[in-house]
Design a protein around this ligand. Structure first.
Ligand SMILES: Nc1ncnc2c1ncn2[C@@H]1O[C@H](COP(=O)(O)OP(=O)(O)OP(=O)(O)O)[C@@H](O)[C@H]1O
Length: 299
């Protein structure tokens, strides 16, 4: 039995919003499973239903092949949850906070080791209110680990953090995977999914619109290269070459870079148009999302 979680036809509607619109997937033991999607796609709602924090309207959540209630004590002892916004007691120290949470479980991780794991040793006596955003987020992950869970849910663990703080969290997640934990992660950062995930499920308007390994998803585009440039005449290129405009740049996906590059340059010369900041890159998950939805992940 390799699936630790199976989700069947999950639904959650709010008035006119189909927050989760009939999604099914499974999470395999030991993998980093990522939900990638823009704001409002339904990631948090899905996660919170699986965690037992929100009620579903329909569908099934099955843990370890047989338990269908996340609020069962058996399940609670085996999962760890980091919410998108965690509220801690401002005046407790890092050590006191973790010690308090550890006291809630039958089995708990050694708090000193946990502090080591999240590299907050120097801050163990600091009060929560004195921590930086990245340090607070690492504390939130440590709280999720306090019961030494088999499955860890991380809801947008690096949102709003600077690149260095983000990397520190990525390293913690990589170490957790190495130690055999299963990690379910949501993110709207394509790089995060690319760096960490064994399998990515792209979610939009409450539906899973693509899933697979990062490589498989990118290969599904069937394009080898993307030419990116800036110009003041974006519309002209959009019409003539079926380019996409994203972040004020023009992007052309191609399987024949020499031919298409020449065409672009000739066209710009004939029409006396300047092309600036030309670069060539490999396709990424952002392109996958764009090709399916016609929108950018960051819209
Ligand atoms: N309690 C609620 N009442 C009404 N609508 C809600 C509620 N919670 C979520 N929604 C709506 O459901 C949709 C999905 O929201 P959800 O928070 O799950 O998305 P998300 O992908 O996690 O986005 P974000 O990254 O912004 O958190 C959104 O349109 C949101 O406005």
């Amino acid at each position: 039995m390799n699936n630790v979680i199976e989700i069947k036809n999950l639904k959650k509607y709010y008035d006119n919003t189909r927050a989760v619109d009939g999604i099914s997937f499974e999470v395999r033991k030991g993998e980093v499973f990522a939900f990638l999607g823009p704001n409002g796609a339904g990631k948090t709602t899905t996660l919170e239903i699986i965690e037992g924090l929100r009620k579903k309207d329909d569908g099934e959540v099955i843990y370890f092949g047989r338990y269908n209630s996340p609020s069962d004590f058996y399940i609670k002892e085996r999962i760890g949850v980091q919410l998108q916004n965690s509220a801690f007691f401002d005046n407790l120290t890092v050590f006191e906070t973790l010690n308090m949470f550890a006291g809630l479980y039958k089995k708990s991780y050694n708090v000193k080791k946990l502090i080591d794991m999240i590299s907050l040793n120097e801050k163990r006596k600091a009060k929560v209110k004195e921590l930086s955003g990245g340090q607070k987020q690492r504390l939130a992950i440590a709280v999720a680990l306090v019961n030494d869970p088999e499955i860890i849910f991380l809801d947008e663990p690096t949102t709003g953090l600077d690149p260095q703080a983000r990397r520190m969290i990525w390293e913690i997640i990589i170490e957790l995977k190495k130690s055999g934990k299963t990690i379910v992660l949501t993110t709207h950062y394509m790089e995060e999914a690319e760096q960490l995930a064994d399998r990515v499920h792209i979610i939009d308007h409450g539906k899973i619109i693509a899933s697979g390994t990062v490589d498989d998803l990118i290969k599904s585009l069937k394009k080898e290269t993307v030419i990116v440039f800036k110009t003041e005449n974006q519309k002209l290129f959009e019409e003539k070459f079926k380019c996409i405009i994203i972040d004020n740049k023009v992007e052309l996906e191609t399987n024949n870079i020499e031919k298409d590059m020449l065409k672009l340059l000739e066209f710009s010369k004939i029409n006396n148009i300047n092309l600036e900041d030309i670069l060539i890159r490999k396709p990424n998950l952002e392109d996958v999302f764009l090709n399916i939805t016609g929108r950018s992940l960051r819209d």
